[in-house]
Design a protein around this ligand. Structure first.
Ligand code: TTP
Ligand code: MG
Length: 400
């Protein structure tokens, strides 16, 4: 049976939340990311009024000020955005239990089983849009199609404050005239290559001989072409926020060398911190786990006043907990770190006002980008380098 997938994305989300809270901001070019005195930050988002000046997410605040000196600038409040996001989620839950939370302002909902109950997909789309408008005073855009990919592109095409539904069987016809960069997964580099080959539209991409795609882009070429034809089998997978993120390892030989144990713990903390940031989460509770040679296992936990995703904060807490584990003069078999009390954060937002955190945040963002490209081992804390350039743990997945 063909499914019907609804995609929803809030319009200029952070800026719209601010405009809903303060009517004086409505209809004005509004930029979230930093106030007038901030010179180094970047734009988190801009209201649609500000976008007419060419301002967009990721642009430096300085450039945004140059383009629109009379725009209003705000640092924003992530707590408000998280609350609004949770309330949108509750409204979506009233339509279907099958919801995939894709980002703070974007979700996929499988509405196949709800169509009859609500009297069709148009009724569902309008019900969602109207309820969000009435209860939260926020605009959003909805796209509906037979799969997630086409539903998302439909949303993008209908923005802002719109609704677009693509009938089953019309996916390819809808995509064909669109420029190639509208296909999710086509970055500037791929776009450049395609355009140099004279491939300007998604339709032209769909028509290319498959061998050429495979030759030029490898397996990705095959996937790109499937997408260009409007084909996607990715299902809506309901996502729940993970309870904790842990990294632990068993030593090859039981150890009494606490210096070595600490170095390993620092390495594991860096791995856990990296995983935490990848999920765009931060943790309030940090625990140390130690299993001794006699298999007695202890955990010591610390709850921070403010959640963090910064390696040095996590390591500092663990170093504070270590003396508790050192009280037993027994060899250690396993050591681990667990991060819990997790919540979402915005890399550009949550650390406002804390200069040290801001600095670390910027450094870690760069570090994580390099690790994504070249592997985790390329950059590590000096304090874990004692383990060697390439760490080899008994837990193979952590040695990669
Ligand atoms: P988006 O949905 O990408 O953007 P948007 O909702 O502001 O605008 P649109 O109408 O085009 O959907 O992102 C959602 C929120 O995430 C956005 O309001 C602010 C935040 N965000 C950042 O903090 N940094 C970024 O680089 C991006 C892209 C978004
Ligand atoms: Mg959005």
């Amino acid at each position: 049976m063909t499914r019907r997938i609804l995609h929803i994305d809030m319009d200029a989300f952070f800026a719209s939340v601010e405009q809903a809270r303060n009517p004086l901001l409505q209809g004005k070019p509004l930029i979230i990311g930093g106030d007038h005195s901030d010179t180094r930050g970047v734009v988190c988002t801009a209201s649609y009024e500000a976008r007419t000046y060419g301002i967009h997410s990721g642009m430096s605040l300085a450039e945004a000020k140059r383009r629109c000196p009379h725009a209003l600038f705000m640092r924003g409040n992530f707590e408000h955005y998280r609350n609004a996001s949770e309330r949108v989620y509750t409204i979506l839950e009233s339509v279907s239990p099958c919801i995939e939370f894709a980002s703070i302002d974007e979700s996929y909902v499988d509405i196949t089983g709800s169509l009859r109950l609500f009297g069709g997909e148009n009724a569902i789309a309008h019900h969602i849009k109207d309820t969000i408008r009435k209860e939260l005073h926020l605009p959003c855009t909805v796209g509906i199609a037979s799969n997630k990919l086409v539903a998302k592109i439909a949303t993008n095409e209908a923005k802002p404050d719109g609704y677009r539904s693509i009938e089953n069987g019309k996916e390819s016809a809808f995509l064909r005239p669109l420029p190639v960069h509208k296909l999710p997964g086509i970055g500037p580099r791929t776009c450049e290559i395609l355009e140099s080959l004279g491939i300007m539209t998604i339709g032209a991409l769909a028509d290319l001989p498959s061998e050429l795609m495979l030759y030029t882009f490898g397996v990705n070429g095959y996937l790109l072409q499937r997408a260009a034809r409007g084909e996607s089998s990715s299902e809506v997978t309901p996502f729940s926020i993970p309870k904790s993120i842990s990294r632990e390892t068993t030593f090859e030989q039981d150890l009494l060398d606490w210096h070595r144990i600490e170095q390993t713990l620092i390495y594991l903390a860096e791995r856990a911190g990296y995983a935490l940031r990848e999920q765009r989460m931060e943790a309030r509770c940090i625990s140390l786990k130690v299993r001794y040679a006699d298999f007695q296992t202890v955990t010591f936990a610390h709850t921070c006043t403010e959640p963090t995703c910064i390696d040095s904060d996590i390591i500092h807490v663990l170093q504070g907990l270590l003396p508790k584990a050192q009280k037993r003069r027994v060899r250690v078999r396993l050591v681990g770190v667990s991060l819990s009390s997790l919540r979402y954060y915005s890399p550009q937002m949550s650390l406002f006002g804390k200069e040290r955190s801001e600095k670390w945040n910027r450094v870690l963002e760069k570090v994580d980008q390099i690790r994504k490209r070249h592997g985790f081992e390329l950059i590590r804390m000096a304090s874990s380098i004692g383990l060697g350039r390439r760490v080899c743990l008994a837990t193979p997945s952590l040695s990669r």
